[in-house]
Write a protein that binds this ligand. Structure first.
Ligand code: 5GP
Length: 344
């Protein structure tokens, strides 16, 4: 047994210190960033992604976020390839998501010919990215699809970020335990404070010419800014995009007249009942099911998120998201701020 004594940090443990800046307005900040990947692929957009959860990774979300040049990682479940095809004729920043169970389909030519050629991004997603089986899966998919931009995860440490990049992934998804409907920290006692995970994995990835996507734990636009300040190239959001018109699930109105949508973790009882016929006897569910107040179309929320990140750039003198880490000094705070999305 070993104990790492150094304290690791979450988003709520820090604030971004303001700095003198020559930027005059938030309008001076450009949130679009151009990425050049090792296979020569170039993508320009706002590097914020909707999580590939049943509720947020929907085609409607894909359409809404694409209007802001943002990405949507479609849920692995519940999308008929025919739906994907309907999106293929539109300008959309969509990632198709796959788990190890989809290996046969991914390597299969019929799938290739009919659908997959439309999409730039593949998101290879497992709860635990630390297995050799997953590394082999990433390698196989990259060999079969060298022209795709491969997002793979999740992991939280530098050595595994490097292993997945060396296996062929382009963007490593970082985060084990921080998700708003994740209970892995409680059930398994496993996890890593997200801000430190982002800082350490970004350093490892950038050393190899790769990128990272900070996934989970953002509760407010300020957390998104902190993730970029910590070195994240992309940020993935679940809970912050939940409860909107574009999310899957019925809109339910209770007796008091308040409306909500259900939001659940992909390892929750709800998800396992839906997709795997219940929680297997050797497993415990590692996700929650919550009711989220209905928030209407996602556009207003997007506006707040992008406005928040722009504001962070203005406060620190960064003209772009790419410059934000260079301009960021974090200060430790001595209390949990418990910022709630929507608070001033
Ligand atoms: P959020 O933005 O809601 O804080 O986090 C979203 C992320 O939580 C997802 O992208 C995914 O990585 C993670 N996640 C989603 N469902 C579950 C779950 O049931 N269990 C765990 N451990 N993580 C989940």
């Amino acid at each position: 047994m070993k104990i790492l004594e150094e304290t690791k940090l979450d988003y709520s443990d820090v604030l971004i210190r303001p700095k003198r800046s020559v930027l005059e307005s938030r309008k001076d900040v450009d949130l679009n960033r151009t990425f050049k990947f090792k296979n020569g692929n170039i993508w320009t957009g706002v590097p914020i992604a909707a999580a590939n959860m049943d509720t947020t990774g929907t085609i409607a979300m894909g359409r809404a976020l694409s209007r802001h040049n943002m990405i949507t990682c479609l849920s692995k479940h519940g999308h008929d390839p025919a739906d994907w095809e309907s999106l293929a004729n539109e300008e959309s920043n969509i990632a198709l998501s796959f788990g190890i169970k989809d290996r046969e389909m991914l390597i299969n030519d019929a799938f290739a010919k009919e659908f997959a050629y439309h999409w730039d991004f593949f998101c290879l997603d497992v709860a635990n990215g630390y297995t050799q089986k997953f590394v082999d899966f990433v390698r196989e998919v990259k060999e079969r699809w060298p022209e795709k931009i491969i997002i793979a995860g999740n992991v939280v440490t530098a050595e595994m970020t490097e292993a997945l990049l060396l296996a062929g992934a382009d963007i490593i998804k970082i985060g084990i335990g921080p998700g708003s409907v994740c209970t892995t920290r409680k059930i398994a006692g496993v996890g890593y404070p997200q801000l430190s995970a982002v800082i350490e994995c970004a350093d490892a990835a950038h050393g190899l010419g790769g990128f990272i996507m900070a996934d989970g734990g953002c509760q407010s636009p300020g957390d998104v800014a902190k993730a970029f300040g910590a070195g994240a190239d992309f940020v993935m959001l679940g809970g912050m995009l939940a409860g909107h018109e574009e999310c899957a699930g019925e809109l339910v109105t209770d007796d008091s007249g308040a409306s909500h949508k259900v939001f659940y973790g992909m390892s929750s009882d709800t998800a396992m009942d839906k997709h795997s016929g219940g929680v297997a006897t050797y497993k415990a569910s590692e996700g929650k099911t919550v009711k989220v107040p209905y928030r209407g179309p996602v556009d207003d929320t997007i506006q707040q998120i992008l406005g928040g990140v722009r504001s962070a750039c203005t406060y620190t003198g960064a003209r772009s998201i790419k410059q934000l880490p260079k301009c960021t000094t974090f200060v430790r705070v001595n209390r949990q701020l418990n910022t709630v999305f929507g608070d001033s």
